[in-house]
Structures are given as C-alpha cells and as structure tokens.
Write a new protein. Structure first.
Length: 413
C-alpha cells in the first residue's frame, strides 16, 4: 500500500473483511452501491472550518477521483464549539437565539436547540469560548462563565426537562461560579458580600446565597475531557496555561477551586462528595464540576453526538472511515472525536484514516487507538519550514480536497 507524502502510516497486516450483513446496508446508505462505502465523520478544524465544511471538502476531493464510491457524511462534535449545529442537523428541533455575554461581560450571541422530546442542547463556547477573546484579553483569573448561566436559564424557561451543556474550548477557570448566578446561586466571602467574577476571587469564598432554580430540569455535561477539577491533571494545571495563566496563576487558581469545591459540597444538597476528584469535573475550567454540584452528570460528548447521528449503523457497513480534527495530538486520545471514531472502527475491523491540520501523535499511540493512517495539512503544504502552517490555516478546504483526492487514489477499489 502506497504511503502519502507527508503522512504517518501505521502498518496493517490483517486483511479487511466484512460480514454478510454488510451486503444489505441500512437506509442511510444509497440503495445502489457501485464502489466503496466511505464514512466521512470529522470534527471541526478549530479556527478554520466547522465540521460540516470539513466533511464536504474531503468528499469533494474524493469524488473527483472515485465518483462511483458511496460517501456518507456525518460531521461530529465532542461537546465543544459547533456541537449545537451538528446536533441540529441530526435531530431537528428549534434553534432559539439567546442574547448572552462573553467571558468579559460583553454582549454575545448564543442559541439553544430545543427538541420535541423536551431536551435542550447548548454549548459553553458560545458564552465562554476562548475564541471570543484576543490573546491579550485572556486571563482566567478574571474571566467568567456568567454568560453560560444565561443560556442554561433560557433553556429552563423554555420548558426543557433536560439541559445538555456541551463543554469545551472555554476561556474560563471559575469552576462555574459565574454560571450559577443566573440560576439563583451567588458565591459570598466571609463578610457575606458577593464575590467579584473570575477564578481568582474564589480564593475568598466562604458561602453561598440562594438556591438553584432549575424547575426540575436535569443537567448533563457533555465533556470532551475526563480531567478532574483539582490537582496535576485538573482544570488549572492542564488547561489554565492555554487560557493565559502563568505558573503562579495556576497555583492560585487550583487553590481557589479547592476552596470552591469544599463550599459546594457543604452548601448544595445535591453535590456529590469528593467533587474535586470526579472525572469530567475539570472540563471547561471546572464547569463540569458545577454541573455535578447541581445534581447533574457528565457524559462523553463524542458518545452523545455519535448516538444522535446514529454513527454505529454507518460504521457497521463502512469499508473505510475518514475522520479528523485541527490538531491530532496527545489530547486527541482522551475523549475527543478522533479517539471515539477510531476505537469504534477498530472494534469492527474497519480501517480509519485521520486528517488533521497538524499531526503530532506517535505511530504506536495512534495504532493502539485504532488509527490506520494520519495525514497533515501542514505537511501537505510543504511542512513548517516552507510555510505549511500558514497555508493550512489560510487554505484548509483546498488542502482537504487535495488529501481527499489522494486518499481516493490510494484506497478506492
């Protein structure tokens, strides 16, 4: 099998085989199959293309070489930016605009997806997203999740019985303290005064005022990571530097969140004990912990989305899976889209190819996760030393079309 230029290939020694059931595809596939069945199910390429456009570009390139192959596009999300759009395409329902604020309190546009079965979907990135701030504005000591609370409150007021909050891509590290304010709960200092917004202020938290106003709605955090709230693998240590935190800030923020977790356990009746160590609590700067403290639960974001788009049925009869994301790195294997898709493909004996803006995951790690090959836009455009990074950011669709065409030449029957 030929190796594409600028690619990472994992040797595969077992021939690909398909069960007899594959001869009768589910209705999602076209009735007449002339060539391969290729499932294209990428995540967004952060900062450049949303998932639907990534899938479309790869498909366009593939069809230019192998027009008789049957392509099924299933854009995915892991709970981070773009989650609502992907779910709306799969589930239908009403997309309701909701005015909110960004991590610094400035007006921002948000929305909720309300389905016919009373489930509301929203994403934290619309109110807390890192992309809403310039690099100079990033300071997790001061940024707030208040805007996310406005979205959750709007979902409750719209009559949702379950509110699913996609967590990922946040600029905040306040443990959800800001989010709780529109829901009726305010953090207080030792003198009974409301604390300022931001993660640093939680170092002085001593109590809470008010009670959650959820009208019986259940909360679900769709997380893209399983990190706990506190410690070396917690929100502050792992994600704080990405949001502008210095080493000193990380220590301050982790101590503040520890104090915050103690208060939540003590004052909220539905908060589980050991909050600081629970998986998913560190997602989105501790928003996962806030959902848990309100009696909610954490779920895998990619698992939730793949169920919504019925990815299993598509995987069952695919000959090849193409997935991808902006950066295929060590974090990709911790609950991200690529890990979920590649693992499911591996379990079915189906090859899985990853396309990414940049690839830094080792071959053995990738193979263990179920990845057959990984290809990089940066390398396609000549590598880092020849302007590949800038080209990958400026012309991602062009690069994905080219890689799609080259994959078709390599894989199509």
């Amino acid at each position: 099998m030929a190796v594409l230029e600028g690619s990472t290939q994992v040797e595969v020694t077992t021939p690909w085989s398909h069960s007899p059931a594959a001869a009768q595809p589910p209705p999602m596939w076209p009735a007449t199959l002339l060539g391969m069945r290729v499932l294209i199910c990428p995540d967004k390429f952060a900062g450049t293309l949303p998932a639907p456009e990534v899938a479309a570009a790869v498909a366009e390139g593939w069809r230019s070489v192998a027009p008789d192959d049957e392509l099924l596009l299933r854009p995915l999300a892991d709970g981070g930016p773009g989650c609502v759009a992907v779910l709306a395409e799969a589930l239908g329902g009403r997309r309701l605009p909701v005015p909110t604020v960004d991590p610094l309190g400035r007006p921002a546009a948000g929305e909720i997806l309300l389905t016919d079965d009373g489930v509301a979907y929203l994403e934290s990135a619309q109110a807390c997203g890192l992309h809403l701030l310039s690099p100079a504005e990033r300071d997790p000591k001061a940024t707030t999740s208040y805007g996310l609370g406005l979205l959750v409150a709007a979902a409750v007021e719209a009559g949702a019985r379950t509110v699913v909050v996609g967590l990922g891509g946040s600029a905040t590290n306040d443990g959800g303290a800001g989010m709780l304010v529109p829901l009726g709960v305010t953090a207080l200092d030792g003198a009974g005064r409301a604390l300022p917004y931001g993660g640093a202020a939680l170092a002085a938290v001593a109590g809470l005022d008010g009670a959650p106003r959820l009208r019986g709605a259940a909360l679900v955090a769709a997380t893209d990571v399983d990190n706990p709230l506190l410690g070396l693998h917690g929100a502050s240590s792992v994600f704080g530097p990405q949001k502008g935190a210095t080493r000193a800030d990380v220590l301050l923020l982790d101590a503040a969140l520890e104090r915050w977790a103690d208060v939540l356990v003590e004052r909220l009746p539905d908060c589980p004990s050991g909050l600081g160590a629970l998986p998913g609590g560190g997602a989105a700067g501790g928003l996962g912990a806030a959902v848990l403290a309100l009696g909610g639960r954490c779920e895998s974001g990619i698992g939730l989305v793949t169920r919504a788009v019925d990815l299993d049925s598509a995987l069952d009869t695919a000959d090849l899976v193409v997935t991808g994301e902006g950066s295929f790195d060590h974090q990709s294997l911790r609950g991200k889209v690529v890990a979920g898709v590649a693992g499911a493909a591996r379990d079915r004996g189906v090859p899985c190819v990853v396309l990414a803006g940049r690839v830094s995951t080792g071959r053995r790690e990738a193979a263990a996760a179920g990845v057959t090959e990984a290809h990089s836009l940066v390398e396609h455009f000549g590598g880092e030393e020849r302007g590949g990074v800038a080209a990958a950011m400026e012309r991602p669709a062009e690069g994905l079309r080219a890689l799609g065409a080259r994959l078709a030449g390599q894989w199509s029957r």
